[in-house]
Ligand binder design. Structure first.
Ligand code: RTP
Ligand code: MG
Length: 156
């Protein structure tokens, strides 16, 4: 990559309910990738919260199944930080459909831990704008306690 396309970014990553028992292996793969885990929490989404998180898909035929799935059990939410973190994390998780991931990206997280097109182990923000709003959704910047002050030598 040219210097111009290198960008330190933050992205929102989720370990979805189907993969919660695989979180150790997934976190190991995150750490090996060189991305930094700068915030992390385990939580659960109500149906209402799952609906608002995935509101962009509200008119898709799979929306109800997606909301049921995402509110079916605990998840792990992470802020990941690193060079081109948004694309790097999506590369690491692989194609949406776990079966496609197994045929096209055998070492990806969805290939290793996903089940199908819906139960696919992980989520990753798809743009700087969605990363910003999804990080605010899981890690609101206003609130009690220490804020996220993780910084790197380049000031990001
Ligand atoms: P994500 O948002 O979770 O990172 O996944 P993605 O960008 O790869 O895929 P997207 O199109 O945004 O879809 C969001 C999630 O909806 C479920 N899904 N089910 N045809 C189906 O049954 C179907 N298509 C999508 C998946 O859980 C997908 O990750
Ligand atoms: Mg998406």
């Amino acid at each position: 990559r040219t210097k111009l396309s290198r960008q330190t970014e933050r992205t929102l990553a989720l370990i979805k309910p189907d993969a919660i028992d695989k979180k150790g292996a997934i976190l190991e793969q995150v750490c090996r990738s060189g991305l930094y885990i700068t915030q992390l929490k385990m939580c659960s989404l109500s149906r209402d919260l799952a609906q608002s998180f995935y509101a962009e898909h509200q008119h898709k035929p799979f929306f109800n199944a997606l909301v049921d799935f995402m509110s079916s059990g605990p998840i792990v939410a992470m802020e990941l930080m690193g060079t081109n973190a948004i694309a790097a994390w999506r590369d690491l998780i692989g194609p949406t459909d776990s079966a496609v991931a197994r045929s096209q990206a055998a070492t990806s997280i969805r290939a290793r831990f996903g089940q199908d097109n819906t139960k696919n182990a992980c989520h990753g923000s798809d743009s700087p704008a969605s990363a910003a709003s999804e990080l605010e959704f899981f890690f609101p910047s206003k609130g009690a306690g220490p804020g996220n002050t993780a910084t790197f030598t380049d000031g990001t």
